[in-house]
Design a protein around this ligand. Sequence first.
Ligand SMILES: CC(C)(COP(=O)(O)OP(=O)(O)OC[C@H]1O[C@@H](n2cnc3c(N)ncnc32)[C@H](O)[C@@H]1O)[C@@H](O)C(=O)NCCC(=O)NCCS
Ligand SMILES: Nc1ncnc2c1ncn2[C@@H]1O[C@H](COP(=O)(O)OP(=O)(O)OP(=O)(O)O)[C@@H](O)[C@H]1O
Length: 206
Amino acid sequence: MFTVGLTGGIGSGKSAAAARFRHHGVNVVDADRAARTVVEPGRPALVAIAEHFGAEVLLADGNLDRAALRKRVFDDPAERRWLEELTHPLIREEIVTALAASPQTHSAPYAILESPLLIESGQSALVQRICVVDLPELTQLERASMRDGNDPEQIRKIMAAQMPRAERCAKADDILDNDASLAELEAQVDKLHARYVVLASQYQSL
Ligand SMILES: CC(C)(COP(=O)(O)OP(=O)(O)OC[C@H]1O[C@@H](n2cnc3c(N)ncnc32)[C@H](O)[C@@H]1O)[C@@H](O)C(=O)NCCC(=O)NCCS
Ligand SMILES: Nc1ncnc2c1ncn2[C@@H]1O[C@H](COP(=O)(O)OP(=O)(O)OP(=O)(O)O)[C@@H](O)[C@H]1O
């Protein structure tokens, strides 16, 4: 099925845009959600993480202590890469399965893969088109800090582990400008949706 990759840095507005695509009946597969699934208790990845980082990255109930692991990996690029090498292939498998369900579960003729690391992780090979949610980095930092209650320094470290704004925009086929209101973002999504319906039918007749 024709698939669009929806990307943007932390707090850029991917989830807000995704919600509007879902409103149009689109199957939106969320890479962050897949990332949480692969480290659920009982999954081999969680055992490997606990062996590598120690029991301090586990909560008393056996779940991953996400805040503890976040601190470890965004303070140390080598540890982040170790975690990515373990989880990214598993995340990709989850995504492929979820995308394959689109025609049976959703009415829209195309699917969306929402992923903060679409380009960095090579997940862009799974999509036919890239849509970037773009905004100035300072606004991104403010919105992400406010939403997560995280200190801006930690958000800055996460942003530093992601592709710079200009590089990401250079890879985009479409750009959603999220420097204005949510209503304006939704209006842009509505226009893109109409375009993607046309592109999906052209893709199917190839
Ligand atoms: C480090 C972890 C445990 C922190 O969990 P936490 O609940 O605090 O954050 P969450 O998973 O919701 O991610 C929040 C945001 O951080 C950013 N982010 C997450 N992982 C990464 C990474 N490896 N590199 C750059 N940015 C990242 C993304 O913008 C994401 O939307 C978690 O992010 C993780 O397991 N990351 C490794 C897997 C991964 O790369 N996921 C990104 C989607 S493919
Ligand atoms: N146009 C906007 N105006 C004001 N606030 C916005 C706008 N777009 C998004 N937000 C808010 O900014 C925050 C980040 O948006 P959102 O959660 O959609 O980003 P995201 O890209 O999905 O982030 P992440 O990758 O971290 O999950 C949220 O609190 C959201 O409500």
